[in-house]
Design a protein around this ligand. Structure first.
Ligand code: ZN
Length: 348
């Protein structure tokens, strides 16, 4: 079996999720790749360290098996894209996505290199059958430090123009240590909203606001926008998910997971504004160098279920606090994504 599903997981699913989730779902945020696409050198890794401990790769078969194991009562269609890492061979991870998306009839996005010209980007998106872009900060020029990177360093304006012409979907992970509340991020998000209104921007992870302290005044600044959307993938903070749905409305928030990392067994807490994944001892190797990871006792570890379930329970908590209707939940989990794909001429 790909991973173990324990009694505690069945219980979690039955108690909190089985009847809350709609039967049909779309997951707008998933990565598929094979480890053969990765070069050995990883010195330029600018993302969090712990994700590679959960899965070294995620074939399309593993992704689809994950849904079967985790959601016995749902049918989940993923939006797939490659693995954004500085040591990935970009053509291989994108070509794999093109191939498996065609074989399994799935929607997909391309990992874009910001150095591509507008023409090259357009040609690659068309040839690969992609519905848009998955930019990532590790493809920004390598001299930029993590807090110098801005959105336009890995999603340059000339590429946004092409995306705007075609109305492409763009799933974006905001950069910078201050996350969603960062004033440079907020300025650029507003600029994209104003200058490229046809781009279907989806800001991933609620702009990486995993703790209350990451929000700042973002939702006041973004409150008057009309276009931008958010997914809450890899976010287990019910208050943050509640805020984003309240401000954006249930039509502009989408379910996403960020599989395969959502297979992780964990529970997340915030301490002094920093997120910490609590995990069973020993399960993810030596994590002593990672401030975002902490082992709990064996007894507590035995009670931990999947990151995926923790995220969806947080969404349920937010939905109940807001009094969302069944239709609202279906929109967030399915209809909003289906409508986005349909605008690209792709029907489920
Ligand atoms: Zn991701």
């Amino acid at each position: 079996m790909l991973f173990e599903v324990k009694a505690i997981d069945h219980e979690f699913y039955d108690d909190h999720l089985a009847s809350f989730l709609p039967e049909k779902m779309v997951d707008v945020h998933t990565h598929v790749w094979l480890k053969s696409f990765l070069r050995d050198d990883d010195e330029h890794n600018r993302g969090a360290k712990w994700p590679s401990r959960v899965a070294e790769d995620n074939s399309i078969e593993d992704l689809l098996e994950t849904y079967r194991l985790m959601f016995p009562r749902q049918r989940v269609t993923p939006l797939v894209f490659g693995y954004p890492a500085s040591n990935v061979i970009l053509d291989q991870t994108n070509d794999y996505v093109t191939r498996v998306a065609a074989e399994h009839r799935l929607p997909s996005l391309i990992l874009n290199d910001p150095s591509w010209s507008a023409e090259e980007l357009e040609r690659r998106v068309r040839a690969g059958g992609f519905l848009g872009l998955k930019p990532y900060l590790c493809f920004a020029p390598s001299h930029l430090g993590p807090n110098d990177i801005t959105i336009f360093d890995f999603l340059p304006r000339h590429q946004l123009e092409v995306a705007n012409d075609h109305g492409w979907i763009v799933v974006l992970h905001v950069p910078r240590n201050a996350r969603l509340k960062d004033p440079v991020n907020l300025d650029q998000m507003l600029e994209i909203e104003r200058r490229y209104p046809e781009v279907r921007m989806v800001y991933a992870h609620v702009g990486r606001a995993y703790c209350a302290e990451d929000v700042g005044n973002a939702f006041e600044v973004l409150g008057d926008t009309e276009h931008m959307r958010f997914d809450f993938c890899a976010n287990t903070n019910a208050q943050v998910i509640e805020q984003v749905i309240r401000v954006m409305g249930p039509k502009r928030v989408l379910f996403g997971s960020d599989l395969p990392i959502l297979r992780m067994r964990m529970r997340r807490i915030c301490e002094n504004g920093m997120y910490i994944n609590l995990v069973p001892p020993g399960l993810y190797g030596d994590i002593s160098d990672d401030p975002h990871m902490r082992e709990v006792s064996p007894e507590e570890g035995a009670r931990l279920s999947f990151f995926m379930y923790e995220e969806l329970l947080a969404f349920r908590t937010a939905a109940e606090a807001l009094g969302l209707s069944i239709k609202d939940v279906e929109d967030i989990c399915y209809n909003n994504a289906v409508a986005l794909f349909a605008e690209q001429g792709w029907t489920l």
